[in-house]
Design a protein around this ligand. Structure first.
Ligand code: ADP
Ligand code: MG
Length: 280
């Protein structure tokens, strides 16, 4: 679905590579969380997946990125945006229309779809994302979480197979952050949309993502199922990625020989594990 091979990118005029030798295969229907300290190359990686690099940002580009078998180098940005929709980090900059409805319509009208199709997609996506009640609201009156949903709806209306999101919960409180990730999970599970989300909150990723990609200084340090990546908690701490406390608890139980099972990555799992230990 997304195939990144030996990708190295140096922004024009920069001395250091923003990405160095990154390779990863993201399967169709995957839900990948990308984490790592600031400057690690997370946004650059997303920009390579949606084609902004190399089509907009210039620089030295080595390796390849293929989306659904097509090299991003050979596709136009318009073509790519229909397959992989992006919710950028700066949502306020992204939402340029007055009302929620206009925002969703804007993308659809730009792609020249027939009127009836546009109307049908608008209804569908407002319902899907749970913002039908906000359709005539002015964007400037919405909360951060509601704006995220509008941005997601506008992108989803184009029916992409892949959704790329750059720190979608950066400005959100914990409750709204969970709502956004619950929505992403539902789209992933029910619609089979492949999700790649850059996210700093490891707890959200360990609960909602199926794979974790850990970046540091332009390199992909770890990539695999969440549970397997979180086993490397010491190395992750060194990179600057703190593991969820439940992971530390679970590893401690394991070290003391109290459990031999799989690593717990959520509070529910940890609670069940502690119960088993106490009862046994
Ligand atoms: N437009 C740009 N021009 C030059 N250098 C950039 C540009 N955008 C990012 N960089 C540099 O590339 C590296 C990776 O940045 P970025 O991908 O934004 O990291 P992250 O999203 O993980 O914080 C950093 O060293 C950053 O300074
Ligand atoms: Mg970034």
């Amino acid at each position: 679905m997304i195939s990144v091979k030996d990708l190295t990118f140096v922004y024009e005029g920069a001395r250091k590579a923003a990405l160095s030798g990154v390779s990863m295969e993201i399967r169709q229907g995957g839900f990948v969380g990308v984490i790592g300290p600031s400057g690690a190359g997370k946004t650059t990686l997303l920009s390579c997946m949606n084609g902004i690099i190399p089509h907009h940002f210039k620089g030295d580009y080595y390796g390849s990125v293929k989306i659904c078998g097509k090299d991003t180098f050979d596709c136009s940005l318009t073509e790519l945006s229909l397959v992989a929709g992006t919710v950028f980090q700066d949502v306020d900059g992204m939402l340029i229309n007055a009302t929620v409805e206009d925002e969703v319509l804007y993308g659809l009208e730009n792609f020249g779809l027939p009127k009836a199709e546009i109307a049908a997609r608008l209804e569908e996506v407002l319902e899907e994302v749970g913002i039908a009640g906000l359709r005539r609201r002015s964007i400037s009156t919405l909360s951060g979480g509601q704006k995220q949903k509008v941005a997601i709806a506008a992108v989803l209306a184009l029916r992409p197979q892949i959704l790329l999101l750059d720190e979608p919960t950066g400005e959100l409180d914990p409750a709204s952050s969970r709502l956004v990730f619950s929505l992403l999970k539902r789209l992933n599970r029910e619609r089979g949309i492949t999700v790649v989300a850059v996210e700093q909150k490891i707890m959200l990723l360990s609960e909602f993502a199926s794979e974790l990609a850990v970046m540091s200084e332009g390199r992909l340090e770890f990539f695999g199922p969440v549970r397997e990546v979180l086993r490397h908690s010491e190395e992750l701490e060194k990179i600057g990625v703190n593991c969820p406390r439940v992971v530390a608890l679970s590893r401690e139980l394991e070290k003391r020989g109290l459990t031999a099972g799989t690593l717990c990555v959520s509070v529910d799992e940890a609670e069940a594990e502690v119960r088993r230990v106490l009862e046994g």
